[in-house]
Write a new protein. Structure first.
Lengths: 313, 458
């Protein structure tokens, strides 16, 4: 999972389109047949597994035994609610989201505004910010393991030089998760940056000209025109970011395996460990369903906010 | 995206110049779909057989072999496979290397469950308690073994007896790979630890170990390196080595009972804590960092499995190896064995089984190559050979094969298992100086109780 992909349904324009279509009474079956190849895959690979997951969550299904296993009723769910390992993993996911979202919304905005002002060689900055994003998570993990490595790492020497000592990037349970936040910001900032840059280029230059004639300073133009005009982009970026952060897995699994002492293990890794190492697929299905509900609730809240914002415009 | 819609209208190619008609597109899609289904039903390892549980129709002269061996081990295994290919040119040996640990065992489970397993695969001996009970492995009779030139007396007795579950032989051991002590001869000499022959005499107690490490610290070396980061298995190996030396048991009754002894465990945990608090151990490294420090000649001792021997030989660091010293009484060291298994197939295929056993026998005959990677051969004709005895420092610790401490049998234990992870994580924190021995013990005990009470999925 890269930290910035999201289902198309959360996008504001799609929502508007849906509403317009709902007002039209006549159905267009031709359109339906056009999307049917997609629908087949959607049912086969999304709806199907989802239903299967819910079914599995009521059974003691094992990875290594055929069939569903014995019926568990709500047993998996009650066990889950008492399982502090699971809830601490959920907390790590939420903490990661809370800590990683603000910098991933604010920093790209700042950089986009700055880069948008550069007239010559802008391509270089666009490329520089976006480049890490195209790297696979495995490459990112290797690069940052080398950077964080105590003693031999790239930045360990620097910290020792200024005399504060290495903060235990990967070994201190209170630091490890934040190390991953830094990795993620560096890795995925490019995606949000590009969204902002596109938003900036959508703003009508006449507005700045008019403001300039009225004597608005650069700072006022940024604050009164750029930021408000980017409102919808900011909402979009935030929604995508929250969802992407809730799905955190790759970087933590590859760099820390959820350690030290499980201090960084996110919900998805707990689910993976339970299903594929403990082989308790039924139990893990119950957990993934709960995570799915959490992500769904968050998405709905954001969707409601977006709709309110759109009707306000 | 709301703000960067692609602004290309439907008429981009002009009204008369659509690239593809709708009908043409649909027909094409249908053709591709049909092709995929056909392909899926035709291949050896396919979606179709995964869904129906039938095994694909294989050609009898192909042999599919899965293993999790990378690095030096991987290179040696490839050389051994090539020896087999040369001896049996009519057999198409298809070898697949997968990532070590849980990812490997997940794929293996799913392949067996879906009815399309490899014909032969590597498995850690400690894992047969997960795969044996649900009947995922083909038992190997002594007759079958003998028919392919192998007899029980040809194998290390301990490994061979541990290869049984419920009286049936489920795997054929290739080696024993214990936790050992590497030492830098130059650094240890400087600290005055070596005897006149230039070897490190066995350290006989925890106090003697502390003394030795303090001497190493005095000469400016990192006394001992043992990694914890991204590697819960190594802290577990250290703990289980020392705890077994003290005579402790962790589990009983195939994992249903937890018998972790508080007095013995605390003795070991306090010792590890002292290593951390006195600054005698560098544990803030991942496996790569650990080997790098020892390789650079900065460390006196390095505690890990013997499989890094080729790394250090390649780096020309002056070093030697020995059994992990008995610090808490009896000689013991955490260990496991790579073994060959025959995954259970939906329909037995005696010819394929025979082919697989022929391959196993050929590879066992190549054990000397395997031993270069550090592992103690389980195949006694090689282990007792002069050539192996001359292989140094690999043969220094061959005695460990007779007192190796395998992970306690349970469905949740073994190499790369939940138990190793759940216990290794707090142990790692202890080694980093974070947790107290008491807190580590409590967390370990709590995790063991949780694991032992989980519904058994096998």
């Amino acid at each position: 999972m890269t930290a910035s992909s999201a289902p198309a349904t959360t996008m504001p324009r799609a929502a508007t389109a849906e509403r317009t279509r709902a007002r039209r009474p006549r159905r267009n079956w031709g359109n339906l047949s056009l999307v049917s190849p997609f629908l087949v895959f959607y049912v086969l690979f999304l709806v199907g597994p989802l239903v299967y997951d819910v079914v599995l969550s009521f059974f003691n299904t094992s990875l290594v035994k055929g069939g569903l296993g014995s019926f568990a009723g709500f047993g998996n769910y009650t066990e889950l609610f008492r399982d502090h390992q699971f809830w601490s993993a959920m907390w790590h996911t939420i903490l990661f989201t809370l800590v990683s979202t603000p910098p991933l919304v604010i920093l790209p905005l700042f950089f986009a505004i700055v880069v948008n002002r550069i007239k010559r060689g802008q391509w270089f900055f666009r490329l520089a910010f976006f480049l890490p994003y195209i790297l696979p998570s495995a490459a990112i993990a290797l690069v940052w393991l080398f950077i964080y490595e105590p003693g031999y790492g790239l930045i360990a020497g620097f910290f020792n030089l200024i005399g504060v000592g290495d903060p235990g990037w990967l070994s201190d349970p209170n630091v490890a998760l934040y190390s991953i936040v830094i990795v993620t910001v560096w890795w995925t900032i490019g995606f949000n940056f590009v969204l902002y840059l596109a938003g900036l280029q959508d703003i009508n230059p006449d507005l700045y000209e008019a403001a300039g004639l009225d004597g608005a300073s650069q700072w006022q133009q940024t604050w009164r025109i750029t930021i408000p005009m980017l409102g919808r982009t900011t909402t979009l970026v935030t929604v995508l970011q929250v969802i992407a952060s809730l799905k955190i897995f790759d970087q933590i699994y590859l760099i820390l395996q959820g350690g030290p002492n499980y201090s960084s293990r996110p919900a998805i890794e707990w689910i993976y460990d339970t299903a594929f190492t403990s082989q308790r697929v039924g139990y893990a299905s119950a957990a993934s369903f709960i995570l799915f509900i959490v992500i769904l609730i968050v998405s709905f809240i954001w969707l409601a906010l977006v709709r309110r914002q759109e009707s306000g415009v | 995206m709301a703000h960067n819609d692609v602004r290309v209208g439907p008429n981009r190619f002009g009204p008369g110049r659509t690239l593809l008609s709708r009908r043409g597109f649909l027909a094409g899609t249908a053709a591709i779909g049909a092709g995929l289904v056909t392909a899926a039903c035709g291949g050896t390892y396919n979606v179709g057989s995964g869904l129906t549980g039938s095994s694909g129709g294989d050609n009898n002269s192909t042999l599919v072999y899965w293993n999790l061996l990378t690095g030096g081990d991987g290179t040696h295994m490839v050389a051994m496979e090539d020896a087999f290919r040369q001896a049996h040119p009519q057999v198409d040996l298809q070898s697949t290397i997968l990532a070590w640990g849980a990812p490997y065992y997940t794929k293996l489970s799913l392949a067996i469950r879906s009815g399309s397993p490899p014909d032969v695969a590597i498995m850690h001996l400690s894992r047969i308690h997960q795969y044996g009970p649900p009947g995922m492995l083909t038992p190997i009779s002594e007759d079958l073994l003998a028919a392919h030139g192998m007899e029980p007396k040809d194998f290390t007795p301990l490994a061979f007896s541990k290869a049984h579950y419920n009286g049936q032989l489920l795997c054929i051991p290739l080696d024993t790979h214990p936790f050992v002590q590497y030492y830098n001869t130059k650094v240890c000499k400087k600290a005055g630890l070596l005897d006149s022959s230039g070897a490190l005499p066995p350290i006989k107690s925890a106090d003697a170990m502390l003394d030795a490490l303090r001497k190493l610290k005095k000469v400016g070396a990192t006394p001992v390196v043992c990694d914890t980061i991204n590697d819960p298995a190594t802290p577990w190996r250290l703990f289980y080595t020392l705890y077994s030396q003290a005579g402790g048991q962790v589990l009983a009754d195939n994992g249903k009972d937890v018998v972790l002894n508080q007095t013995l465990a605390m003795k070991v945990l306090t010792f590890i804590h002292q290593l951390a608090s006195e600054g005698l151990m560098n544990a803030t490294v991942d496996p790569g960092g650990g080997t790098a420090i020892f390789q650079a000649g900065d460390a006196g001792l390095y505690w890990e499995g013997e499989w890094n021997v080729t790394v250090f030989q390649g780096a020309n660091v002056p070093f030697s190896m020995q059994p992990y010293p008995a610090l808490f009484g009896q000689a013991a060291a955490q260990a496991d064995s790579h073994t060959f298994i025959l995954p259970k197939r939906t329909t037995a295929d005696p010819e394929k089984t025979s082919l697989a056993l022929t391959m196993i026998r050929t590879l066992l005959g190549q054990s000397l190559t395997w031993a270069e990677g550090g592992h103690i051969p389980a195949w006694l004709p090689i282990r007792d050979s002069e050539a192996y005895k001359k292989l140094k420092p690999q043969s220094n610790y061959q005695e460990v094969a007779s007192y190796a401490a395998y992970d306690p049998p349970a469905w949740y234990s073994g190499s790369g298992s939940d138990m190793e992870n759940y216990l290794g994580e707090p142990l790692g924190d202890l080694m980093l100086g974070g947790m107290s021995p008491q807190a580590t013990y409590s967390q370990m005990l709590g995790s063991l109780h949780t694991l032992s009470k989980e519904p058994v999925p096998v």
